[in-house]
Design a protein around this ligand. Structure first.
Ligand code: JCQ
Length: 223
């Protein structure tokens, strides 16, 4: 999978792309992430990418020209073009799975108060939100999309750290609680059944504990 990212802060991506699962996937050539400095496509001597809002009000808006020029510098098969925005379609595991099927994604990181609407309507770009809160820019949301999507690319996750860990593989079912050594820690015990070796009992406990946790933490998911 290939991902192109356009941002005015390319440095934000350096460390996350070099580490852990994603760093390894990139080193192995399973994933290619190209981060581009959007100011490359600014045309004035101040390298500006933003301007005042028509209609007035505080805060700046990202200009359309650099974003159009940046995206149009890519091959026409640039894949789905996503704009990270709190006003977008909410990212969930179903959308993550859909995006993981794409050979190429293009991510646009907005800053300031927002992005000229013609980027959405004219480029066009799909607005994607990672949650109902506001961040100062789309860079961390873009990294969230990259991490969520690329872990589903075949070969990125090894056998041992498999997709069983995907809490949302079974619809509406959160992952069960996990324990490791020691069996007793500061007076807190590992549930006896997990030490029993009875795999049928362990499976039943895990399913019930997951359902209980789901009801408690995520009543919105229903049963
Ligand atoms: C993404 N959830 C929150 C902030 C405007 C495109 O316009 C804007 C983009 C941002 C950055 O993204 C987020 C976000 N998902 O804040 C304001």
């Amino acid at each position: 999978m290939r991902v192109d990212v356009f941002t005015i802060f390319p440095g934000i991506f350096e460390s996350p792309l070099g580490q852990s699962l994603l760093g390894k996937a990139i080193a192995e050539g399973l994933v290619e992430v190209r981060v581009h400095d959007l100011r490359r496509w600014s045309t004035d001597r101040h390298r500006s990418v933003d301007d005042e809002a028509y209609g007035g009000g505080p805060g700046m808006v990202m200009k359309p020209e650099p974003l159009f020029a940046a995206v149009e510098s890519l091959d026409p098969d640039r894949g789905r073009v996503l704009l990270l925005s709190p006003a977008g379609r909410r990212l969930d595991q179903a959308l993550v799975r859909e995006l993981a099927l794409e050979p190429h994604l293009t991510l646009l990181c907005g800053r300031y108060e927002g992005v000229d609407e013609r980027v959405v309507s004219g480029l066009p770009a799909e607005e994607i939100s990672i949650g109902d809160y506001v961040l100062p820019g789309g860079e961390l949301p873009a990294l969230v999309v990259i991490e969520a999507v690329t872990r589903l690319v075949p070969g990125v996750i090894g056998k041992e750290e498999s997709h069983r860990r995907d809490s949302f593989s079974a619809p509406g079912l959160l992952d069960h609680p996990h324990y490791t050594r020691p069996p007793s820690f500061r007076g807190m015990e590992v549930p006896e059944v997990l030490l029993s070796g009875n795999h049928a009992e362990i499976e039943r406990w895990r399913r019930e504990a997951a359902e209980e946790k789901g009801r408690r933490n995520r009543p919105d998911l229903g049963d």
